[in-house]
Write a protein that binds this ligand. Structure first.
Ligand SMILES: NC(=O)c1ccc[n+]([C@@H]2O[C@H](COP(=O)([O-])OP(=O)(O)OC[C@H]3O[C@@H](n4cnc5c(N)ncnc54)[C@H](O)[C@@H]3O)[C@@H](O)[C@H]2O)c1
Length: 287
């Protein structure tokens, strides 16, 4: 198998910029496309050497490996995958960076003869710094497409991990925590900054060295069982987003991008400082 080198990024927003940088930094040809010309220009300015494509077809027609990073909308991704399947070569792998939408849903409109080469590759934010990428097979994905993605990502310096089902395990775990964190604020148990302080200065410190399953073995599964029997009845089990989010969104408080969210006083400077704090921490952790 010859590992693909020619990369296309579809969707030049937040993740698209980082994705383009990963492959551009390897010296591989990268083309990008976005419906928003301003966003595409910004990507090329941030990642010089990336080619700004004039259309989706122009971006993907000669690519060997395509990563879709458009907005998290099922119908949009379905339309893009159907179009990409129709205008790419038979050996080109089409990968979605979706955080939570199943590959089977994203590829619903892709004919069987093209579905084998459609998969998920879930990069984490910031994609150029977080090593792990979840590689996800949908119900019709072919082994060769998964194997190709594993090889491309490893060559690009990432740590690809093959997921055993059509789901994103990392985000299921992450958002189980976020559900509880937001519920603690909504119930008045903690202020937002107290939630973050508790996580950052207690179990959050451990997580990079000790995952939850190994930790359960370490403290004992009997103790784990006792704790879960007591704590699970008081944890949040809602199957929808917390209404506190809807209240804040309705009030125009969307977080950093609108100046306020759970915290007030988000300025461009503060946003940049928080991103730098994260990048410095990751650099230090990863050596
Ligand atoms: N932001 C994160 O932390 C993060 C992390 C992991 C995965 N993801 C996933 O990556 C994807 C992109 O997320 P993002 O945060 O970069 O979003 P974003 O909003 O920053 O960028 C999405 C881009 O898609 C473009 N777009 C919309 N319709 C398009 C079309 N028809 N053709 C081409 N481009 C189109 C938009 O103009 C926009 O620039 C989503 O599926 C998201 O779930 C995001």
């Amino acid at each position: 198998m010859t590992t693909p080198r020619s990369i296309a990024i579809v969707g030049a927003g937040f993740m698209g910029v980082g994705l383009a940088r990963i492959f551009r930094d390897k010296g591989w040809p990268v083309a990008a496309f976005d419906v928003d010309a301003g966003v595409l220009d910004a990507l090329v300015a941030a990642v010089p050497g990336t080619r700004a494509a004039s259309s989706l077809r122009d971006a993907v027609a000669d690519a060997e490996f395509v990563i879709e990073a458009v907005s998290e909308k099922p119908a949009l991704k379905q339309a893009i995958f159907a179009e990409m399947a129709a205008c790419t070569r038979a050996g080109t792998v089409l990968a979605s960076n979706s955080s939570v939408i199943q590959v089977g849903v994203i590829t619903a409109n892709v004919p069987d003869e093209h579905a084998g080469r459609c998969i998920g590759t879930h990069f984490w934010n910031p994609p150029e710094l977080i090593p792990l990428v979840e590689v996800i097979a949908g119900p019709r994905s072919a082994d060769w497409a998964i194997d190709t993605a594993m090889a491309v990502l490893a060559d690009a310096g990432k740590e690809p991990v093959r997921v055993r089902a059509d789901t994103v395990p990392g985000n299921r775990m992450q958002h189980a925590l976020w559900r509880e964190a937001i519920a603690l604020v909504q119930e008045g148990v903690c202020l937002p900054e107290e939630v973050d302080h508790i996580v950052r200065r207690s179990f959050g410190l451990r997580l990079a060295a000790l995952g939850p399953i190994e930790n359960a073995d370490l403290i004992g599964l009997d103790l784990t069982q006792q704790i879960h029997d007591i704590v699970f009845p008081v944890t949040n089990r809602s199957d929808a987003a917390n209404p506190l989010l809807a209240d804040k969104i309705a009030a125009g408080a969307l977080g950093a991008k609108s100046g306020a969210g759970f915290y007030d006083g988000w300025t461009d400077q503060r946003t940049a400082a928080v991103k730098k704090r994260l990048a410095d921490h990751l650099d230090e952790q990863l050596g």
